[in-house]
Design a protein around this ligand. Structure first.
Ligand code: CA
Ligand code: CA
Ligand code: CA
Length: 447
């Protein structure tokens, strides 16, 4: 009786045999498949990263690919020598202009092009540091416009409890001779303090106070400039015409590129970022968004000589293959710069059907690259939402009118106008188009 297998045992044995048979078939087809692809074992035809937590992260930071760099160093150090403004953990102020992104944190970002603005004729700002620091030097940076809003008289005070304050410096009748000017003020101080406070008691006559930078220093020398172009994950653009600052195009992170092009002629740096293994199909598309920083007084727009590049396992690079983007511009750093299709201080979308030039290849590394035939120059910017799609799906609008998003508006800001555009389709009674005409001084629209 016990030697006779039960019905359940027979079923289990049968199931085990079936599993074994399926496994053999699976192994056989795997062997056949690997024989067919022999040398190539690319597992995927797709890749995407927005540099957010949970996304694929860069394998390399500030790293040149295969020695492909010349005449380019890292960015110039920001801030005054001994700048400790990166130790600020809390900024408070008597007000700010959040609607235009002119917030108090812009005083601490090391960027002369971002400013703090308050709609009052006097103002105060207070820094709390991560630890007490003996500050012996500070600097104020004038903003982009309206010198009548500049600080004129102010007091610098310090505290360790935020209650009892010691005056460290008083200035009267100060003025800035130009926009974007940093003025340094050494002070005598032998105490480390946790709080510093700037009280602006008079400006140059406006109802508004504004300031681009307030940096504080421990008096040490500036750190040496790095030798390699920056390519590192960061918080996103520090100043923008009409995009939210200190975030990515999507999410809260993006990839920063930047440096100093030191040579007179061509300068370039091809930095590797992601280590991947992606097969290129005939339909494969590469897309990304890029935000080239505007560099003042340089209308060659050096930051636009930048692109995402790909290194293939056969040793070739996408930038050498003549791929074109949706505008017909060559998808290479030099091709992008020459095309004038990239706008500075704004996010630009780029897409290219790289299958046209690279089908059958395997992507080994994703790069960010700068390559400009003319220097010297400073350059920098941000990249986000890198996508490689092996089988992209394109939804084509059914009607021509569906290409226009009439509810979008033009996303203008106080410092950047693309004209007015009213989402009139939201208005009842059959409106579908509305062209406002104004005299540029009125606050109302005249249809
Ligand atoms: Ca992102
Ligand atoms: Ca700033
Ligand atoms: Ca790889």
């Amino acid at each position: 009786m016990h030697n006779q297998p039960s019905r359940v045992q027979r079923l289990l044995v049968g199931a085990r045999n079936l599993f074994a048979a399926i496994s053999i078939v699976a192994i056989a087809s795997t062997l056949l498949a690997s024989a067919a692809t022999s040398a190539r074992t690319a597992a995927s035809q797709d890749f995407s990263s927005s540099f957010e937590a949970g996304d694929p992260q860069p394998a390399w930071t500030d790293t040149v690919d295969a020695g492909k760099a010349s005449g380019v160093t890292g960015p110039k150090p920001t801030g005054i020598p001994g700048n400790v403004t990166n130790k600020v953990v809390e900024v408070t102020a008597n007000g700010e202009n959040t609607g235009a992104g002119e917030v108090k944190e812009n005083l601490t970002d090391g960027d002369i092009f971002s400013k703090w603005l308050v709609f009052e004729s006097t103002g105060w700002v207070q820094y709390k540091l991560s630890e007490p620091v003996k500050v012996v030097l500070y600097a104020l940076g004038s903003a982009n416009d309206a010198p009548e809003r500049d600080p004129r008289d102010w007091t610098l005070r310090a505290s360790n409890d935020g209650q009892t304050w010691t005056t460290l410096d008083t200035q009267v009748d100060q003025s800035f001779s130009e926009r974007f000017q940093m003025k340094e003020y050494p002070i005598v101080n032998d105490q480390a303090y946790l709080y510093y406070r700037l009280d602006i008691t008079r400006n140059h006559g406006a109802d508004i106070v504004q300031l681009a930078e307030w940096q504080i220093s421990n008096g040490e020398v500036a750190p040496p400039q790095t030798t390699v172009m920056r390519s590192a994950v960061g918080k996103g653009p520090r100043s923008a015409y009409n995009a939210k600052t200190n975030v990515g195009f999507t999410g809260v992170r993006a990839l920063e590129y930047g440096g100093e092009h030191t040579s007179d002629g061509r300068g370039y740096s091809y930095n590797k970022v992601f280590d991947v293994d992606v097969a290129v199909t005939p339909a494969t598309e590469l897309s990304y968004v890029i935000f080239p920083n505007f560099v003042p007084d340089d209308l060659s727009y050096p930051s636009t000589y930048a692109a995402v590049d790909l290194a293939f396992t056969d040793g070739t690079y996408l930038s050498e293959l003549g791929a074109t983007d949706q505008h017909g511009a060559t998808l290479s750093p030099q091709g992008q710069g020459a095309s004038k299709t990239l706008y500075t201080n704004q996010w630009n979308y780029k897409v290219s059907r790289i299958g046209d030039v690279a089908a059958g290849k395997t992507i080994d590394r994703i790069l960010v690259a700068y390559d400009n035939p003319d220097g010297p120059a400073d350059f920098g910017g941000w990249v986000d939402d890198i996508v490689i799609a092996g089988s992209p799906v394109h939804q084509r609008p059914a009607r021509p009118s569906d290409w226009a998003v009439t509810t979008r508006g033009t996303n203008s800001s106080g410092s950047f106008s693309r004209g007015n555009n009213i989402p009139a389709t939201a208005v009842p009674h059959g409106f579908n188009f509305w062209a406002p005409v104004t005299n540029a001084g009125t606050r109302s629209c005249q249809p």
